[in-house]
Write a protein that binds this ligand. Sequence first.
Ligand code: AMP
Length: 214
Amino acid sequence: MEKRLFSELGLSPETLKAVDKMGFEEASPIQTAVIPVALTGRDVVGQSSTGSGKTAAFALPAIEKVEARQRVVQVLILCPTRELAVQVAEETGKLALFKPLVREVPIYGGQSYERQFRALAAGTQIVIGTPGRVMDHMERGTLKLNALKMVILDETDRMLDMGFRDDIEHILKSVPAERQCLFFSATMPNAIQDLIKRCIHVAAAAARGTLTIG
Ligand code: AMP
């Protein structure tokens, strides 16, 4: 797969500065393929494993899509484990360093609700969470997804292996139909293809065109 410079992918000066500060020299193949397409608003299905640079491939378009002055949740990133949620939140925070109004928070089981309530009440725009805790917050009314623009599923195969399928389907049914969907998975078994087919809004996907990268 092709690699390009980050400056050729349509990113803003603020995120380019952050990428530079992180010491990334050129975009990895998954970043080269996903970033320009995700920036146009199309849905993306990416086959990628850990170490491919997939986190920045979805976090950079997510940061660019956030309307920083609107203090509501606009991007939801679902991850299988607390460790991954924390890691994705850290990388997202670094990539958003020069967009000071953009905030992110990891929400996961095992951490006190209080800290998560405060971050959500403060108007964080990017939420990175495990499906179970995301559902908890939705049920308590502390996580409102009515203004969501983008939903990202990271390591979808692992989430299904861990039994999160029903939670994921419930979450996806509860978010606006016109949201953009980015799916990432190391493998693409039938169960994932079914989930993708059902969860990418068919009319929207047809209109926008879904890009499959693998
Ligand atoms: P990931 O596959 O997202 O878990 O990323 C693996 C590691 O590669 C992380 O430490 C990233 O910060 C780093 N990374 C991501 N993109 C690049 C890049 N374009 N150049 C160098 N390192 C990168």
